[in-house]
Design a protein around this ligand. Structure first.
Ligand code: ZN
Length: 349
C-alpha cells in the first residue's frame, strides 16, 4: 500500500481524516499565475485540494523566474502560457487531483461563465492589478464565494480574507481602485520573492480553513507588512454600511461588460485587445494568413511574432501575440486605438 502523502497534514488537529477528505472534495480558483499564483497553487496542490483551476493571460518570461516558483528556464524559452506551464508542473507534483488551466484573462466577459463551469469553493487572488481584484470581489459577493485577497510590491505585502455577507469586502476597505499610475507596481518597484512566500502562505492557510469548513478560524484582519523594514500591522476592517458592493449589491466591475475592449499591460509597453464577442480562433488558419506580413511562431496555444510593416512608438517592429480565445497582445504600442486598428487589420473583427 502507498504511504499516505498527506500524513503530516492529517495529524494536525485542525485537519484530521475528515478534513483531508473535505480538502479533496474542495475546489479552488486561482486568478493570475504570477508570483502569488505560483506559490498558492503549489501549496494547495500539495495540500490535496481536489480541483484547482488556474487562469492567467500571460506567457512565461525570463524575468519571471526570480519569484514565480512553478516555472523553469525551458518554459521561458518556449514562451509557454503560464497557466499551461503551471498545469504541467502541478500535475507532476500531485497526479491525484484535477487541474484545469485557462489561458485567458479573468474579465467581466468570462468571469461568471468560469464560476459556473468550475464552481470554486474559494477564490485566491494572484492578480497584479486592482481592476481585476475588484472584479473578483464582485463575483465573490454576488455568488457568495469566499475570496482571499493578496498583493505584493517591493518588499511589502498585504492580505485579507473576504467571507461574503459576514466580513468586510474589498470595497468596504478600499472604496475605489487607486488611479492607474499612482501606485508602485512590481515593474517599477520590483518584488522580493520572500515577501511573495509570506502572502501566499497566509492566503493558502485561509483558503484551507475555508475549504475545511473552519470559518470561525478565518482571520478577520487585513495583514500588512514590510519584510525589509520589519514592520507588521494588523487592522480589523469593519463592513461599510454604505458599501456599494456588499451592501447595495451594485456589481460595477462585473457589469462593465461593454467596457473598452483594450487593457494597457502594466510596464510592458503593450496593449491587450479582446475580440468583440467571446470566440475561439483557428490559430493554424490565422498563421497561414499572417505568413506574408511577418515572421510568426505557432504553438498549440498561441501565435506570436512581429509585423514587418508596422512600426511602434520607438520605431521597432510591432509584436503581435494572438491566443486561442481570440485575445491579442500588441507590443510596442501604448495607444488603445492603434492596438485596435492592428487587431482589426491582422486578426479580424
Ligand atoms: Zn463591502
Amino acid at each position: 500500500m502507498k504511504p499516505n502523502r498527506y500524513h503530516r497534514q492529517q495529524i494536525l488537529p485542525g485537519v484530521g481524516e475528515e478534513g483531508q477528505r473535505r480538502l479533496g472534495a474542495g475546489s479552488a480558483l486561482i486568478v493570475g499565475c504570477g508570483a502569488l499564483g505560483c506559490a498558492a497553487s503549489d501549496l494547495l496542490c500539495r495540500a490535496g485540494v481536489g480541483r484547482l483551476t488556474v487562469i492567467d493571460r500571460d506567457v512565461v518570461e525570463w524575468t519571471n523566474l526570480q519569484r514565480q516558483t512553478l516555472f523553469t528556464e525551458s518554459d521561458a524559452k518556449e514562451g509557454l502560457p503560464k497557466a499551461e506551464a503551471a498545469r504541467r508542473r502541478l500535475a507532476k507534483v500531485n497526479s491525484e487531483i484535477e487541474i484545469h488551466a485557462l489561458v485567458s484573462d479573468f474579465s467581466s466577459r468570462n468571469a461568471e461563465r468560469i464560476i459556473a463551469e468550475h464552481a470554486p469553493d474559494v477564490i485566491v487572488d494572484g492578480t497584479d492589478n486592482f481592476e481585476t481584484r475588484f472584479l473578483i470581489n464582485d463575483v465573490s459577493v454576488k455568488h457568495a464565494i469566499p475570496f482571499v485577497y493578496g498583493g505584493v510590491v517591493g518588499t511589502s505585502g498585504m492580505a485579507l480574507s473576504v467571507l461574503p455577507g459576514e466580513t468586510a469586502c474589498l470595497r468596504c476597505v478600499f472604496a475605489e481602485p487607486p488611479p492607474p499610475g499612482s501606485q508602485p507596481t512590481c515593474d517599477t518597484a520590483g518584488v522580493l520573492g520572500p515577501a511573495v512566500a509570506i502572502v501566499a502562505g497566509y492566503q493558502c492557510a485561509e483558503a484551507m480553513k475555508i475549504l475545511l469548513g473552519a470559518r470561525d478560524r478565518v482571520l478577520r484582519s487585513l495583514l500588512s507588512f514590510d519584510l525589509w523594514q520589519g514592520r507588521r500591522t494588523r487592522i480589523e476592517p469593519v463592513r461599510d454600511p454604505a458599501c456599494r458592493c456588499c451592501v447595495a449589491r451594485q456589481f460595477d466591475y462585473l457589469e462593465a461588460r461593454d467596457q473598452d475592449p483594450t487593457v494597457s499591460l502594466c510596464g510592458q509597453g503593450a496593449v491587450q485587445v479582446w475580440p468583440p464577442v467571446e470566440t475561439s480562433i483557428d490559430l493554424t488558419g490565422l498563421e497561414q494568413r499572417l505568413r506574408g506580413v511577418g515572421s510568426f511562431r505557432l504553438t498549440e496555444f498561441l501565435i506570436s511574432g512581429t509585423l514587418a510593416e508596422e512600426r511602434g512608438e520607438s520605431d521597432e517592429p510591432i509584436g503581435l501575440t494572438v491566443f486561442a480565445d481570440g485575445r491579442a497582445v500588441v507590443r510596442g504600442v501604448r495607444s488603445a486605438s492603434r492596438a485596435r486598428a492592428i487587431y482589426a487589420r491582422y486578426v479580424g473583427t
